[in-house]
Design a protein around this ligand. Structure first.
Ligand SMILES: Cc1cc2nc3c(=O)[nH]c(=O)nc-3n(C[C@H](O)[C@H](O)[C@H](O)COP(=O)(O)OP(=O)(O)OC[C@H]3O[C@@H](n4cnc5c(N)ncnc54)[C@H](O)[C@@H]3O)c2cc1C
Length: 595
């Protein structure tokens, strides 16, 4: 049975030492997040995730969800109870607005807890995860009445939420949506159509399910400009605001899939279901983007969480499994062979994964701090800067972290040799589960296009300029503190230079031939991801250097991992630059029929 121990020490390092959440105590909620409160949360949450949710991961994989003839869906054994406990412990409401029952604490703490949920059981994590996204979309776009009606029950977890975009003919291209909305005299709409692959679309864990549905109001313009967003509750609320009559929405089937078997992936049929418009008519995409952005950061988290749990198991296996002798002579002469952790190639896989996970965790929490600054900072300038940061970093976190997270999970499985390929050890489930993170919430290819096509040139390049300015200032402020850090700062600056070269190349060649921008987008996103990771490893190195050399080996280990990152992972940036500049010619030359 796979193990999971929440990496609370690393989380504390980031929240206390490196990013020092106390520094932001002027933001609402941050003053309450004292180190003691954070530590207590992490400890309790770590125990619960290890003891309750981790054992259910395998159960979810093996049992899956079951749809009954009446369209109801039963989740795997133990999920419903665990969900009840999850809600009672407040694990999903840490950063929600207290006005609607949330705890109002920093988002970075919520992300730490969400990482535990995703690492211990990704399929389970998606139920509260989607609810959180739906909550935020209503919070930011709903009317006061809608917020009062839906948010408190979604905060307690009594009601869950979903997002309904995809239809059989429309995945990436949401302009193709056909679901229709017919206005009614009472101001509501009748929603009809079919949505597919809807995560948590139907289940037995909550009293009501609040579906957020994209549909086209009769007579609306074609394409993306004619899409509106609706709240469609599974049970229409009665006069007292309690679930009443069953609405015209039902689960027509469950998808059989490669992984996340514990999550119900549903065909949802809407048959004149009562819906309530959120925001303005035909402005649904703007409202839905709030939910999608939240979900994209959550999915980026899934990449790092999968890599964390897979790496923990791979490290335990590598310490135990005896095969061959070390290249430099026996390390366990009393045994018939050495543990495989002595072999450099096994170390390569473990260290690649470790350096990725720790950097990605830092990037995710740092982004959470920016998200709080964007929402809550007093001055407009800080809010704008952090908003730009969020817009830029969202596609990078989603695509870079899920891609690298998948690779790291694959490497962890490789450490197990043949045992990794058998179901018994659980590594196969991690790999099967995490693959979807590269696909949903906009495929990684689409994230890369979003970065190159939209975010890069938005507002005259203000987003990336703001980000690089932040990195430049940090480098300048921290030069001269130690030789080690100076070396790393030099590397960060060089990689930043490569990124700027890539931006210039894309600006010159992407305009002239858009296929050049498309052809380079994946590598450009990964180059950007490496600059962001370099910045994080710079910050972590600085903090670890201040504390290393004492009784706690944690800081010295952090410095070794930093050395690994700067010597073996960051240099990949040069390859990405070369690939960006290779352009589209050879990529697009073969006629389609030659493939
Ligand atoms: C398990 C699971 C759960 C899901 N949960 C939800 C959910 O809760 N709600 C929901 O609404 N949807 C959900 N989805 C749908 C998911 O978001 C879509 O699968 C995804 O958006 C991609 O759409 P598609 O599968 O139709 O692929 P397509 O759009 O057909 O794309 C196929 C390939 O072409 C590429 N491609 C397409 N257009 C372009 C382009 N312009 N440039 C470059 N490449 C391009 C894509 O990157 C991809 O590699 C889920 C899917 C799965 C499998």
């Amino acid at each position: 049975m796979p193990i999971y121990d929440a990496p609370t020490r690393d989380m504390q390092f980031l929240l206390h030492d490196c990013f020092d959440l106390q520094k932001y105590s002027n933001l609402p909620g941050f003053a309450d997040a004292t180190p003691d409160v954070i530590d207590a949360f992490l400890e309790e949450s770590g125990k619960w995730h290890r003891d309750v949710l981790t054992p259910l991961n395998r159960v979810g994989d093996q049992e899956g969800c079951v749809r009954h003839d009446d369209g109801s869906v039963t989740t795997p054994t133990g999920f419903k109870d665990a969900y009840q406990q999850f809600c009672e412990n407040g694990f999903g409401t840490i950063a929600m607005d207290p006005e609607y029952g949330g705890q109002g604490l920093p988002l970075a703490l919520q992300y730490a807890v969400s990482e535990m949920t995703s690492a211990s059981n990704q399929a389970f994590a998606m139920y509260p995860g989607l609810s959180g996204g739906a909550w935020r979309a209503i919070y930011q776009n709903g009317s006061d009445e809608q917020k009062q009606t839906y948010l408190p029950k979604m905060t307690t977890g009594e009601w869950t939420g979903t997002m309904n975009l995809t239809e059989p003919q429309c995945g990436t291209d949401l302009g193709l949506i056909r679901s229709k909305a017919v206005p009614q005299a009472d101001g509501t709409y009748k929603i009809s159509g079919q949505k597919i692959w809807i995560s948590a679309g139907e289940h037995d864990m909550s009293d009501n399910i609040i579906h957020l549905v994209l549909a086209r109001i009769e007579g609306a313009p074609d394409g993306i400009k004619g899409i509106s967003l609706f709240i469609v509750p599974k049970f229409v609320l009665d006069a007292d605001g309690n679930p009443g009559e069953r609405n015209g929405v039902s689960c027509g089937g469950l998808e059989e899939k490669m992984g996340i078997h514990g999550n119900a992936t549903c065909v949802m049929n809407y048959d004149e279901a009562t819906g309530y418009l959120i925001g303005e008519e035909n402005k649904g995409m703007r409202a839905m983007f709030v939910m999608m952005n939240e979900a994209r950061l959550g999915v980026g988290m899934q990449g790092l969480a999968a890599a964390e749990v897979a790496n923990q198991n791979a490290a335990a296996f590598a310490r135990d499994r005896l095969q061959s002798r070390s290249l430099t002579g026996p390390k366990a002469p009393e045994q018939p062979a050495d543990p495989i952790i002595v072999h450099p190639d096994v170390r390569r896989m473990l260290m690649d994964s470790r350096a990725f996970v720790e950097g990605a965790r830092a990037l995710t929490y740092w982004t959470a701090i920016h998200s709080d600054l964007a929402d809550k900072a007093e001055d407009e300038g800080t809010r704008q800067k952090s908003d730009d940061y969020m817009a830029l970093l969202t596609p990078i976190i989603k695509a870079y972290q899920t891609h690298k997270g998948f690779e790291a999970t694959c490497d962890a499985m490789q450490v197990f040799g043949g045992s990794g390929y058998t179901e018994e050890w659980g590594m196969s489930q991690f790999l099967r589960d995490t693959k979807i993170a590269m696909i949903y919430e906009g495929t990684n290819g689409i994230q890369a296009l979003d970065l190159v096509g939209r975010k890069l040139m938005a507002d005259g390049g203000r987003y990336w300029q703001t980000f690089l300015q932040e990195v430049t200032e940090w480098c300048a402020d921290n030069k001269g503190t130690s030789d080690v850090l100076d070396g790393y700062i030099g590397q960060i600056e060089a990689t930043k230079g490569e990124l700027q070269e890539a931006i210039q190349w894309l600006a010159a060649n992407g305009m002239q031939n858009p296929n050049n921008a498309g052809a380079g987008s994946h590598d450009f996103l990964h180059l950007f991801g490496l600059v962001a990771m370099g910045y994080m490893w710079g910050m972590m190195t600085k903090t670890a250097l201040e504390k290393a050399g004492g009784d706690d080996p944690y800081y010295d280990n952090k410095l070794i991992t930093a050395q690994y990152f700067f010597s073996r992972l960051l240099p990949m940036s040069t390859t990405h630059l070369v690939r960006v500049k290779a352009g589209a010619e050879a990529m697009m030359a073969l006629p389609a029929e030659a493939f």
